[in-house]
Design a protein around this ligand. Sequence first.
Ligand SMILES: [Zn+2]
Length: 458
Amino acid sequence: MSSDLTAYLRSNRERFEQEFVDFLRIPSVSTEKRYAEDVARCAEWLAEIVREAGMDNVEIIPTEGNPFVVAEKMVDPAAPTVLVYGHYDVQPVDPEELWDAPPFEPTYKNGRIYARGTNDDKGQVLMHVQALEARIKGGFGMPVNVKLCFEGEEEIGSINLETFLRSAADRLACDAVIVSDTGMLGIDIPSIGTGLRGIAYLEVFVDGPAGDLHSGSYGGAVVNPAFALAQIISKLKDEDGRVTVPGFYDRVRPISETIRAETRALPFTDEEFIEETGAPALDGEAGYSTLERLWYRPALDVNGMISGFTGDGAKTVLPAKASAKISMRLVADQDPDEIAQLFTKYVESLAPEGVTVRVVPAHGGWPWSGDPDSPLFEAAAQALEDSFGRRPVYIGEGGSIPIIPLFEEVLKGPVLLLGFAPPGGNAHAPNEWMDVETYHKGIETIARLYDEVAARGI
Ligand SMILES: [Zn+2]
């Protein structure tokens, strides 16, 4: 990237921040109906700034819910095409009394901007738009084709995203998808996302006698469903912390050497993690570090157990039923439906005589994994290093973002998770903030990224 482009970014810093502040002032809360007009206004504001950045075919596309804002800059059919995804809707602000300043009146403090949406996700959306503006309006040119796809329903579960992606698959056709809606490991530690766990969530119901029985009159002679449930649960993992559901690990991708080395090098200690959790000790699958267990290995957890008498004092009851909510966090390439079936079959086979066992699936989501040895990751790593002055780290995420695997499935290109949210940035909480320097470095990174992608291909 030429020093001229850096100079352009520097000379436009104040205006970029002013635009960011204007964006943040629009209360585009998608979860509450009373903000519907603001959400629509926000889409219009965004479309306008995308147009001003020099993008073509800017359009607000209505859905049954909130609209998408799409645009493109096609410079060369032979060059790679990158699609950028982000969202302009935000979380509600309550409890509002816990905010130090009004959530839609952006406030500067200690090198940060505080407001709802600063890091999730308006800041990250606008970084992309302003990076594009710098290249197009600054006269530096686009070495790749870029498409933008911003939605207004991410915070309510991306209700219309799948339908939209499938119906607009030609229009959105691309070689790779860049998603900027994740976080950094440290305020000055640029980070690239390498994996997201999927989920299979089920409920196990154990039924015994027709009604609760007196434990004196019947205890010892009738199978107790709570005990039967405990027996089943105790057989779901072995002594090495491995899940015993037959076939559970069949599709699990081994952790690559690159990822293992990157993960080992991260500033992370079990001692600090113990402190963070307040747990007396850590546990998990033998042969893996804590971060590997959290990010790159599947897990099975009991989320809740319900049975019998749970009030104060003693009631001598033999409960009629017991149930447990159980979730499994999945990693690539585990299929949530297949895992749910394997789990159901296994749990039914564990049912002791004298009770009936039913397994009811609740919901599922696919895992996702990126390839750190791919040209796309290398391009991002280089752009981040040149902008932040240090090599990025590769980080996983134990939770799920179901839309990421959806992008890969529908658009057939790899996803890059290029996130700039600060750790402890209070996304979804009061006093959400974005680091101002990171904001500008993010714009610079994205402006550089296009050259790196063009040089390497996808
Ligand atoms: Zn978000």
